[in-house]
Design a protein around this ligand. Structure first.
Ligand SMILES: C[S@@+](CC[C@H](N)C(=O)[O-])C[C@H]1O[C@@H](n2cnc3c(N)ncnc32)[C@H](O)[C@@H]1O
Length: 260
């Protein structure tokens, strides 16, 4: 498994642009961000924390349990001092109760052993009417067949043993809704989003990223020899020209509503 605490992986989740489809999707849930405080839980290299700053939030907290990730986030971004990167966990954020208006958790859910406890912590720190935005891939999202844009699909076709690993760790739509309800969230909606993950100038550019196992924790399940084999298989399938890689995500959005 990927070790988020290793400084070898410190730049695994940084230095790539945030896709416009993601920004547009988020904007549909945000009103008057200049009056609001947001948190990016499991912020990694801070890409999306920075995007929240660009969207105009008054203050933004990027929280992660890994010093390695926080080092990369702090080195890359400190947007106009409105962003603060803090060490904390999804279960114990260190933030005050009812202090946050918007809670983002992107690509973290499948790493959590107790999602419901994390949602309870989110409900604690969110103000009344606050919004939770959870984004992750379900097993169905992962298993969409491979194509010149959905490269991840080829991975499970070439290494079907990875499917079992993903099944164990991936959230399902209904379980996540159930856990959000149990944590007290209401008006729960879910939807899909195809997001451009990254554009590569050429196959060589993609090769370099796969070799570094950047940004895809599942690649840490492959041996070096398997990784090499996968690169060969991809090279036979993909043109040596610009490659636009996309991923399908599931998003769950819900509201915190105080009972009185
Ligand atoms: C796949 S990365 C996603 C990073 C970032 N959200 C993004 O979308 O680029 C998962 C991040 O969650 C963090 N993480 C995993 N479990 C966590 C926990 N229990 N509490 C806080 N952070 C956690 C990891 O350190 C890592 O930075």
């Amino acid at each position: 498994m990927i070790d988020f605490h290793s400084f070898e992986n410190t730049n695994s989740y940084s230095n790539r642009p945030v896709d416009i489809t993601w920004i547009e999707k988020l904007q549909t849930f945000i009103e008057k961000p200049q009056h609001k405080i947001a948190v990016d839980m499991g912020c990694g290299g801070g890409l999306y924390t920075e995007a929240l700053a660009d969207l105009g939030f008054k203050e933004i907290y990027g929280i992660d349990f890994s010093d390695a990730m926080l080092t990369s986030a702090t080195n890359n971004y400190q947007y106009l001092k409105r962003t603060r990167f803090l060490k904390g966990t999804a279960y114990s954020s260190g933030l005050e109760s009812s202090s946050i208006d918007f809670y983002l958790q992107r690509a973290v859910l499948h790493h959590l052993s107790d999602p419901e406890a994390a949602f309870m912590e989110a409900a604690r720190i969110l103000r009344n009417e606050g919004i939770i935005f959870i984004q992750d891939r379900t097993i169905e999202d992962c298993l969409i067949p491979g194509s010149t844009s959905h490269l991840r699909g080829y991975l499970y076709y070439d290494f079907p043993e990875l499917i079992e690993i993903e099944k164990q760790r991936r959230p399902t739509i209904s379980e996540t809704i159930f856990q959000l309800k149990n944590a007290g969230f209401t008006e729960i909606k879910h939807m899909n989003l195809w997001e451009v993950r990254k554009k590569y100038d050429s196959f060589q550019d993609l090769r370099r990223e796969i070799e570094s196992r950047k940004g895809r924790s599942i690649l840490h399940e492959l041996t070096d020899a398997e990784l090499k084999l996968w690169i060969q298989k991809l090279e036979n399938r993909l043109p040596d020209m610009e490659i636009v890689e996309k991923d399908c995500w599931t998003i769950w959005v819900a509201h915190k509503k105080d009972s009185n």
